[in-house]
Every structure is written in C-alpha cells, then in structure tokens.
Design a protein. Structure first.
Length: 68
C-alpha cells in the first residue's frame, strides 16, 4: 500500500525548486530587453527597489516591529 511513498514525497521539494526557478527565469527573460537601454534599466531597477521598500515598510507597520 505504501510502496514508494517516501520516494514520491521526496520529489516534491525538487518540484518546488523547479517551479520557482522557472518563474525567475521567465521574469528575467521578460526584463532582459529592458536592461539593454540605460534609461529603462534605471527605471526598472528603481521600480523594483521602490516595490521592495513599500512591501517592507508595510509589513513593518502591520506587524508593529518598529515605528515608521
């Protein structure tokens, strides 16, 4: 009944890593043409940093970690 159960369960982390890498490769392939032009590269990196900052500040305020 449980033949190969642990073999099957051990495949899930590998599957998760594959899915995450696929998403990152897709995102970077989509952003690669924007990085060829310096103006669009600066704008893209600025938007990325601004987005990360927004998420970090929002989470800090929601969790009450430090006064914002």
């Amino acid at each position: 009944m449980f033949d190969g159960f642990w073999d099957n369960v051990s495949r899930y982390p590998r599957y998760l890593v594959t899915i995450i890498l696929g998403v990152f490769f897709y995102a970077f392939a989509w952003l690669q043409p924007l990085m060829k032009n310096p103006i669009s590269a600066i704008a893209t990196i600025g938007l990325f940093v601004a987005g990360l900052t927004f998420v970090a500040l929002t989470l800090r305020a929601m969790l009450g970690l430090a006064p914002v």
